[in-house]
Design a protein around this ligand. Sequence first.
Ligand code: PLP
Length: 404
Amino acid sequence: MVHINENFAKLPAGYLFTEIGRRVSEYQRLNPDAQIIRMGIGDVTLPLPKACIEAMHNAVNEMATSEGFRGYGPEQGYEFLQQKISHYDYKKYGVDIATDEIFVSDGAKSDTGNIGDILGINNKIAVTDPVYPVYVDTNVMAGRAGHLQADGCWSNIVYMPVNAENNFVPDLPKEDVSVIYLCFPNNPTGTTLTRSQLKVWVDYALEHKALILFDAAYEAFITEADVPHSIYEIDGAKKVAIEFRSYSKTAGFTGTRCSYTVVPKECVAYDDSGKAYALNNFWRRRQCTKFNGTPYIVQRGAEAIYTEEGQQQVKQIVNYYLHNAQIIRNSLSAKGFAVYGGINSPYVWVKTDGTDSWKFFDYLLHEKHIVTTPGVGFGPSGEGYVRLTAFNTLEKTQEAMARI
Ligand SMILES: Cc1ncc(COP(=O)(O)O)c(C=O)c1O
């Protein structure tokens, strides 16, 4: 008899975006003339930067020749891309990251989900609440989460609320935790931590021999000077943090798929006897065994982001979305809503008029034909909020705000 991984059976059947999709389709079916504007799921609308397209075309042409053809590449990415990442994404901010500390991959979703493979089952996990659901669900699958309680929290996960009351800065956990997921600029709240606020977490991890899994998928949207671009800007972070980056929202790679994860050689985890192991070796071993590399063509496309024209084009894309975010922020605050995020992030987190998240979601869908994401879908502390994304076109963003 084949046995199932029973942890999967613990996961609630409905995935947030499936439920949103169901409600939107149902409404559209009953109201075929409604012009629905989607500001829910975090997918982008602008096409790939020209520099990336050109580089990928060239790479396809290379692959069409016997001299230029490439088969399996290095599992952790081609050095041409690792070198650009090391120089432009880290050296620029005074951080030394070697190429063999960079693991190119097919998505920050896969990497933040898979990283648990190299971590013990008995780790105590802490997440901010609301949270990008992948961190929680993958720990449920692995068997680290315990059981789902009536309050929507998993019994073995420590939740650190981020809300208007604490100015979206999580408090340190009261109990000892060993793995901490931090995502800044944050999905879903769009808020950030300053350098000194992030230092508190690095210091905690150093003191408790804990590990921070730092998701910086939205780093490119940072506009304010005191917001760190990388956790490694904080002293000591290389010993206790793994960082995840993605080209998805930066350069429109949501469908093209390319990201990377930094695992510094100093970063360690321990066995029961307290012996330290370099996570870099473990992650390399994991990737070499389970992953055969990101396509050459895609990595050439990602490399082009770091050319002068690539940098300019990406800046234009990011600024376009940030402008949309500003329109959303301004329009909704003018209507009296409390709005957060949207300054260093494509997400705007809006406090509802007092109704619960799903009711407000339904109200905006039915009355204004605007799709949002109910905050409670990201965790109990998201109740009473909805998330709007700035990833739609300028025209649709303007129209949506005019409707409100
Ligand atoms: C916080 C966060 N991390 C990771 C991802 C996934 O990124 P990728 O497209 O690289 O898998 C997302 C996508 O929405 C995200 O919001």
